[in-house]
Write a protein that binds this ligand. Structure first.
Ligand code: OAD
Length: 256
């Protein structure tokens, strides 16, 4: 059975001038990409992030880290965006000012058609030089892993943000400025535990925005959210978009 979407949420969304959406691994869960912190299935339940997702891990064992990301890249290549990603494209096209901020590195939002977006943690499809930082699109395939940068010979790494690394200042500023100025902030499929992304809805709320959370589980954000809808993103987001077509019907109490 699908969850009832409150009418006041529909009216708020229909009237919103500036909407910011933050997504996390949960939005891609139904595409078949594992999340991080869920007890049985999350990646961090099976793997130690300190051994795989830090610059120190790469310095210690670059082959292991490269191969782990190559495995994840393959999983992602075999999957595709789901109804929740597509619903966010519809929202972007329907709303006057919209920004999507994602912590996901799977590139599914772009693939679905989202354009006004920031990939805070990078994109697993891109590769860059560990030494010099530039993105590299070609390298010689040899038995050596990780492969070497064609410019400087340094090792290559995925273009993602690891624990202990900084996020691009420009990306952060744009995300925080948008969160401070929005009237509705929507958090989808994130445990809201990892900074700085977790600070975005809190800032939005402090600056007067209404906050909607979509997540089948309770999170730290649920208590401050104006609406905390506990259901899957691929159920709720398409419903939300469908209801947006009838805001006046909802207000008038007409059949929905
Ligand atoms: P988490 O694994 O921490 O949280 C995923 C959330 O998605 C959980 O709260 C689930 O309840 C929820 N969820 C599961 N299925 C869902 C569905 N169908 N619809 C909606 N929600 C669903 O993942 P993130 O919050 O994205 O960073 O984690 C943030 C960052 O921590 C990641 O970007 C990654 C990770 O370590 C780095 O690797 C730097």
């Amino acid at each position: 059975m699908s969850l009832q979407i409150p009418d006041d949420l529909i009216t708020t969304l229909a009237a919103a001038e500036r909407v910011v959406v933050l997504t996390g691994a949960g939005i891609s869960a139904e595409s078949g990409v594992p999340t991080f912190r869920e007890a049985q299935t999350g990646l961090w339940a099976q793997y130690d992030p300190r051994e795989l997702a830090t610059p120190q891990a790469f310095a210690r064992n670059p082959r292991l880290v490269w191969e782990w990301y190559a495995w994840r890249r393959k999983l992602i290549q075999q999957a595709k965006p789901n109804l929740a990603h597509h619903a966010l494209v519809d929202l972007e096209q329907a709303l006057p000012t919209f920004l999507l901020v994602t912590q996901n590195i799977d590139g599914f939002h772009w693939l679905a058609g989202s354009r006004d977006m920031i990939e805070l943690h990078g994109n697993i499809a891109r590769t860059r030089c560990y030494e010099e930082g530039h993105v590299v699109s070609w390298w010689e395939e040899t038995d050596e892993l990780p492969p070497r940068c064609p410019h400087c010979g340094g090792p290559l790494r995925p273009d993602v943000v690891w624990f202990g690394e900084g996020i691009s200042e420009q990306a952060l500023r744009s995300a925080f400025d948008a969160a401070a100025a929005c009237d509705l902030f929507i958090s989808v499929g994130t445990s809201a535990m990892v900074q700085p992304a977790a600070g975005l809805p809190l800032l939005a709320k402090r600056m007067g925005a209404r906050v909607l959370e979509i997540n089948p589980a309770q999170t730290a954000l649920s208590v401050i959210a104006d609406w905390s809808l506990q259901d899957k993103a691929s159920n709720l987001l398409p419903q939300l978009v469908r209801r947006l077509d009838f805001p006046t019907n909802a207000i008038d109490g007409a059949e929905q």
